[in-house]
Design a protein. Structure first.
Length: 202
């Protein structure tokens, strides 16, 4: 399934656009176009990735086939990212990885995934509820998509932010930073650079 969101240069949000509307949206240098390709059939991803966006064939090949390591490739007019999230299977309690491919351009974001990803579902639901999510530049939009609250959720799932239960003198729970934590503590949300710092443990 392909979902297309577009914020034009006048600030108007367009939801559920047809694939045929992509060229017009791409021509709007001041707009933001988000195309999410979720388990698309071959003819659909070829039309979007190859025919309309004309992405490099190596980037397209990596996107449609699983790449087992994260990567960032700079193609000049856009950046191609391969990211891996984790998913906890509730029945087996096994942790699985899921790949998300991102094409980041000056006025667009294209996401591609071969299985449902809860982060993308959450962003789609958030965009439907709050149009301000689409008022950012593409890089900030992606930073928000992969942001601090996602990191905080998984950190809490793995026991961060609470005592270990080991007899350690002076042990304290510690802080797992999130948007709400920073708003409560400092009166402002987390910025993109702070998300990166939290991600690498600085």
């Amino acid at each position: 399934m392909t979902k297309i969101w577009y914020r034009d240069n006048g600030g108007v949000i367009h939801q559920d656009l047809a694939v045929e509307a992509i060229p017009k949206a791409l021509a709007d240098a001041e707009g933001l176009l988000w195309v999410d390709l979720a388990e698309p059939p071959e003819d659909e991803w070829k039309k979007v990735l190859v025919d309309l966006f004309n992405f490099h064939h190596l980037a397209v090949e990596d996107a449609v086939k699983d790449v087992h390591h994260p990567k960032v490739d700079d193609y000049g007019d856009y950046i191609y990212l391969v990211m891996h999230g984790i998913r906890l299977e509730t029945k087996t309690r096994l942790v699985r990885t899921q790949e998300l491919d991102i094409f980041l351009g000056k006025n667009y974001v294209v996401t591609y995934h071969n299985q449902p990803i809860s982060t993308i579902d959450d962003v789609i639901a958030l965009c439907a509820k709050d149009e301000r999510q689409l008022r950012y530049t593409p890089d900030l939009f992606v930073a928000g998509m992969l942001g601090a609250d996602r990191l905080a959720y998984w950190a809490h799932m793995y026991g961060f932010g609470k005592p270990t239960g080991i007899d350690l003198p002076g042990e304290v729970a510690g802080i797992v930073p999130s948007n709400q934590w920073k708003i409560d503590a400092l009166g402002q949300p987390m910025f993109g650079g702070e998300v990166y710092q939290a991600g690498i443990g600085q």
